[in-house]
Design a protein around this ligand. Structure first.
Ligand code: IFM
Length: 452
């Protein structure tokens, strides 16, 4: 590696998720997901937005495949909508649902782009939520069956598989703080949900690996954050939050079991009866790589008066501090050093090959009359973070690739369409796509395998 280059064979991609871009929520026999229900519930989403149309990717899959190829990316990370494959969350695969992903995968391969499939990016079939959702053990078993169906249909062409995207969000934003679907506020249920998500991951990985051909790889994607403190006296508080954000997933998946301190801080909330003998062995099913989604660090301090954050059951006594500028449009701190520290730590402590499966920033982009978008702040964000990724690789971190979040502007969950993360601008009136300056910059990086 010379000064600005990346290792040979480095994967350069962009990422999206089904509910955020597909739209067409009733097409091809798709069932309802928890996000359909949630987004149609008054007051849950900024502006009353929904994913009913989103960026209409379902109908524009050919055009979008051309777009990806035109950027010179060698990979594309997308997710599969469970309710397209099993409208009620059980039973045989719905042929029309499979056909849509067949088409996407064939399109990508025909254009020289490697498909990277995520099986679950938050759109649980509503029928399974009606039976209790992720806090119920049965949902993990259902997920493994769904995974096996999708894998059987696509694994002759898809090599890179991720089971879950950001189970922290599914469990704790979905069932503890309630700002995401299904919007429940039940801390004990959220911890059960986290466990069952991981159980589902382990069972699905086992099922797919049993039927894998040579060259297939299996992983999971976690949203991880370094936890920063100003004073040594805040180190215990940082350990609590590192446990609740990072290690609650990393340790069972990569070290064979939960860390005792994570179980301890949550004891007053749940008795952990959901943890059965043998579960940790299933969750620890070996993976080939870990997907890391990094956006910003978490700053904390000890605070005896704090009741903790609703999204972190067990965080009483810890205050989450305000982010420090510069901030993105999400009010998230821009801190490229965080990605380098995280990758270095993960490589040293967990010894697993890594992909950055998401990294990027929202800014209030403006489409100019000539169809261009000058998003210099996003270019700076990407350059800062990619440069930090390179530093981490040079220091020994085993990083195999990078996926920018996101290929295009899309439905940003509770923020609706108000936050734009895309390197491609979507005009929500016409649904036209316009590559931003960041897309051109990133395309150059991908094609030359180096920072300009
Ligand atoms: O848009 C989300 C994505 O779905 C999951 N990771 C974080 C992104 C930005 O909030």
């Amino acid at each position: 590696m010379t000064e600005r280059t990346f290792p040979e064979g480095f994967v350069w991609g962009a990422a999206t998720a089904s509910y955020q871009i597909e739209g067409a929520v009733k097409a091809g026999g798709r069932g309802a997901s928890i996000w359909d229900t949630f987004s149609h519930t008054a007051g849950k989403i900024v502006g009353g937005d929904t994913g009913d149309v989103a960026t209409d990717h379902y109908h524009r899959v050919d055009e979008d495949s051309d777009l990806i190829a035109s950027l010179g990316l060698n990979a594309y990370r997308f997710s599969i909508a469970w309710p397209r494959i099993q409208p009620d969350g059980t039973g045989p695969a719905n042929a029309a649902g499979i056909a849509f992903y067949d088409r996407l995968v064939d399109n990508l391969l025909a254009r020289g782009v490697a498909p990277a499939a995520t099986l679950y990016h938050w759109d649980l079939p509503q029928a399974l939520e009606d039976k209790g959702g992720w806090p119920e053990r049965d949902t993990a078993l259902r997920f493994a069956q769904y995974a096996a169906l999708v894998h059987a249909a696509l694994h002759d062409r898809v090599s890179m598989w991720s089971t879950l995207n950001e189970p922290w969000c599914s469990a704790f934003l979905g069932y503890a703080s309630g700002v995401h679907a299904p919007g429940r506020q039940d801390p004990a249920a959220s911890l059960a949900a986290a466990h069952h998500l991981m159980l589902g991951h382990g069972l699905a990985t086992r099922a797919m690996r049993a039927d894998a051909r040579d060259g297939e790889t299996f992983g999971i994607t976690l949203n991880l954050s370094p936890v920063l403190v100003d004073n040594d006296s805040d180190r215990d508080a940082a350990r609590v939050m590192d446990g609740l954000q990072n290690r609650i997933f990393l340790d069972p998946i990569l070290r064979g079991g939960y860390a005792p301190d994570v179980i301890d801080v949550t004891q007053g909330i749940t008795d952990w009866a959901f943890l059965h003998d043998g579960d940790e062995e299933i969750i620890g099913e070996p993976i080939d790589w870990l997907g890391v989604n990094y956006y910003s660090p978490m700053r904390v301090a000890a605070d005896a008066e704090s009741e903790g954050s609703p999204a972190y059951p067990g965080s009483a006594g810890v205050a989450i501090l305000e982010p420090r500028g510069p901030l993105t449009d999400m009010q998230w701190e821009v801190y490229p050093q965080g990605i380098a520290d995280l990758l270095t730590r993960l490589s040293a402590e967990y010894r697993v090959p890594l992909f950055i499966t998401e990294n990027g920033a929202a800014y209030p982009d403006v489409l100019r009359a000539d169809g261009t978008v000058a998003d210099a702040e996003r270019v700076a964000y990407l350059e800062g973070h990619l440069s930090a990724v390179r530093d981490a690789i040079e220091r020994g971190a085993d990083v195999r690739g990078y996926f920018a979040w996101s290929l295009m502007d899309n439905f940003e969950w509770a923020h609706g369409f108000a936050k734009r993360f895309g390197i491609v601008y979507v005009d929500y009136e016409t649904l036209e796509r316009h590559p931003k300056d960041s897309a051109r910059w990133y395309s150059r990086v991908a094609q030359t395998n180096r920072l300009p």
